[in-house]
Design a protein around this ligand. Structure first.
Ligand code: 4NP
Length: 165
């Protein structure tokens, strides 16, 4: 089993939709017994909350129901997960620092990525933009980005771990 963790700041907008979209893609390729995923936030702001209603609305329009319950990234996660995908640079640095503080080691390079490293349209901008204080169009854009990244990241895993079905 390959365990994937998506991480943003609040765990109510970007990472839950990244998780939902990715799980859907994994299922469509019949890889649900080989790849599992979850999401978490670097902050405590929204622990226990459902995904942001605007993110849910956009996902629903695309045929996807988001059901995650927000939680904070924990020291245990660095042992449970094989890959961690950060939504932006601040998340990336926070993940590194939290891993060092809680586990005494930096989560290994090659297992920690900016998710947009997998976006072939990123054009040098490797941030999944935080939509929280933006209008609904920003949530639409986040969905498009995580969908592109999801396809490419899944291709990467299939190739690297020889998961061809
Ligand atoms: P997320 O968005 O990190 O994509 O879940 C945010 C959610 C909440 C806050 C910031 C970003 N906040 O400041 O409460």
């Amino acid at each position: 089993m390959i365990n994937i963790l998506f991480v943003c700041l609040g765990n109510i907008c970007r990472s839950p939709v990244a998780e939902g979209v990715f799980r859907d893609l994994v299922g469509k390729r019949g890889l649900q017994e080989k790849i599992k995923c979850d999401s978490a936030g670097t902050s405590s702001y929204h622990i226990g909350d459902q995904p942001d209603r605007r993110m849910c609305q956009i996902a629903r329009q695309r045929g996807l129901q988001l059901t995650h319950c927000a939680r904070k990234l924990s020291g245990d996660d660095f042992y449970q997960f094989d890959y961690i995908l950060a939504m932006d640079e601040a998340n990336f640095e926070d993940i590194r620092n939290i891993s060092y503080r809680s586990s005494g080691f930096y989560f290994p390079e090659g297992q920690l990525y900016l998710y947009r490293e997998f976006d072939h349209l990123a054009n040098g901008d490797l941030t999944v933009p935080d939509p929280y204080y933006e209008d609904i169009a920003a949530f639409d854009e986040v969905y498009d980005i995580v969908e592109r990244c999801g396809h490419n990241f899944l291709d990467f895993l299939v190739e690297k771990h020889q998961l061809h079905t």
